[in-house]
Design a protein around this ligand. Sequence first.
Ligand code: SAM
Length: 163
Amino acid sequence: MSRLDSHIRRLEAQRACLDTAIALIGGAVGPVLELGLGNGRTYDHLRQNMPGRAIFVFERILAAHPTSIPDPPFLILGDFRETLPGALQRLGAPAVLAHADFGSGNAAATAAVAEWLGLSLPMLLAPGAVVACDQTLVIPGAAALSLPAGVAEGRYHLWQMPG
Ligand code: SAM
């Protein structure tokens, strides 16, 4: 498989998992977390498919496309490990969906964030909340969900907190 093929499959898997997560939460009340804005493509997908939903975005360095930058109240700049622990008050309610896409070429740094995030995310999540992530997380209490049809095991990840 070429690198182009691999990239396309990753994006297809990401979109399929986001669409599954959006369908799973349905009309559940609560905000959404986008961890890693990057270019803002997945943020844009989330906001287009969940109109009216509060989406709080966490990002270390703002470098998104100008059309995909959240309004200031919904953009929290800094390292997740510093910004997430005190975020519940700002969110106003536990999140019903969290999407995290933070993998980089630095495998050790990515693994360190993944280990921290898996343990720390539950304090921001509502019962039944869905988590989609590009990395394998160990989230205490969460159940791994089946991936959408066509998404290869390990290409993307979905979990759900107990209801
Ligand atoms: N999903 C995005 C999109 O569709 O454009 C791409 C996200 S990009 C692959 C990963 C982003 O995560 C980068 O912008 C990076 O700065 C951010 N990131 C990685 N580790 C982080 C951390 N510990 N704290 C905050 N942001 C982080």
